[in-house]
Design a protein around this ligand. Structure first.
Ligand SMILES: O=C(O)CO[C@@H](C(=O)O)[C@@H](OCCCCCc1ccc2ccccc2c1)C(=O)NCCCCCc1ccc2ccccc2c1
Ligand SMILES: [Mg+2]
Ligand SMILES: [Mg+2]
Length: 345
């Protein structure tokens, strides 16, 4: 009974810390649900360290690089987060997560600990660079590497958990590029959508190799006199994300378990819908925009098989092509990226 209470508290933390993933994780097949829930909570705990700009850099790096050992330390909790840190409650009660993590099958624990180590080291590498006034994400290569660390690796770990559970074939974990794209598509779309929120937090994730073509200072993109430059920069960022669409659809087409498919497909269709919403929408420089609740519900109910998911992607790719303006310096490149995707779908 005490164990059920522990597990209940973990799902409470899941629902507390994630609007978008809590529902789809709870829909997963029995065999995978707890492992994926704890995978999420462990990494959200790690990210709560990474996101806290009030933490001393050396302290942050030490925690990020040792988090894969923290998850084996019964009783460990953390109260050094700033008062406004979104998910500080999770770390204040992290001993509950650790107790549940230690009850998982050793094979699942190994996958989670391995990804936690890789992600923590990657975040630490970036945090040191970020401290040098935001020059950490200079090139598109840096951008891909950062998103690999914080999201691509989640794709790696999920594919490993799917394979280990026997609900999907081992093959799903072989093609790392496909798993990586599942994370990159979600993370890059969020980074575009969150421009304003991150700017206000003193963080910037857009690669200077892109925005530096249009403005001197990253915050110039919010100024009315740079409106045309800001629009061209935004379409350049969307162009970069479109490259991941064929791999995302290929990954989804390989899934055979219904609950795994729903879990994987729903965040991706939300992301393509968000990408179409932010494309050529300069509001992103001023506020955080989100897809309407009604649209989200429609997407969730229609993302249960590959044909429906492909038609949802086709619909939003069409929205992007319609919003594509001939005066945009990236007009042709966007048209060609859309052409490549349409070949696939
Ligand atoms: O603070 C926030 O709320 C947002 O933080 C963002 C940031 O700080 O950049 C950022 O933090 C990233 C570091 C922690 C990763 C946490 C995570 C997220 C989703 C999961 C889903 C299932 C299992 C484990 C998961 C772990 C964030 O949450 N970005 C959202 C996109 C990340 C998507 C990860 C991902 C990758 C592949 C997937 C494949 C299939 C289904 C879900 C997938 C989910
Ligand atoms: Mg975060
Ligand atoms: Mg983060």
């Amino acid at each position: 009974l005490a164990q059920d209470a522990l597990k209940r508290r973990c799902y409470d933390f899941l629902n507390m810390t994630s609007r978008s993933f809590a529902a789809v994780i709870q829909e997963l097949d029995e065999e995978l649900r707890d492992a994926v829930c704890l995978f999420y909570l462990v990494l959200r705990g790690l990210d709560t360290i990474e996101d806290d700009m009030s933490l001393d850099l050396d302290r942050k790096v030490e925690l990020l690089r040792s988090f894969d050992q923290v998850i084996y330390q019964k009783g460990w909790t953390f109260t050094e987060n700033g008062p406004n840190e979104k998910d500080r409650e999770l770390l204040v009660h992290f001993d509950v997560v650790i107790d549940e993590f230690l009850r998982l099958k050793p094979e699942y624990q190994k996958v989670i600990a391995n990804i936690t180590k890789l992600m923590g080291d990657g975040m630490a590498d970036y945090a040191s660079g970020e401290h040098r006034e935001n020059t950490a994400i200079a090139t598109i290569k840096d951008f891909d590497l950062y998103c690999h660390y914080v999201a691509g690796l989640v794709g790696y770990g999920l594919s490993d958990l799917f394979a280990a559970s026997g609900l999907e074939s081992k093959e799903i974990a072989n093609d790392k590029a496909l798993s990586d794209s599942m994370g990159l598509f979600l993370q890059k779309t969020n980074i575009i959508r969150d421009y304003r929120e991150d700017l206000d937090d003193g963080r910037q994730f857009w690669p200077k190799e892109i925005w530096g073509k249009y403005v001197e200072k990253f915050s110039d993109l919010t100024k009315p006199e740079y409106k045309d430059k800001a629009q061209a920069c935004l379409s350049d960022m969307v162009l970069n994300v479109l490259d991941d669409v064929p791999q995302v659809l290929t990954y989804l087409s390989k899934l055979t378990n219904q609950s795994v498919f729903n879990f994987c497909a729903i965040p991706q269709v939300m992301a393509i819908s968000t990408l179409a919403l932010v494309f050529n929408n300069l509001d992103i420089y001023h506020r955080n925009i989100k897809i309407r609740k009604g649209e989200a519900v429609k997407l969730i109910t229609n993302s249960t098989d590959m044909d429906n998911v492909v038609s949802i992607f086709r619909e939003y790719i069409f929205v992007i092509s319609r919003k594509n303006e001939a005066t945009d310096p990236n007009f042709m490149k966007i048209s060609m990226a859309i052409g490549r995707i349409e070949q696939w779908i």
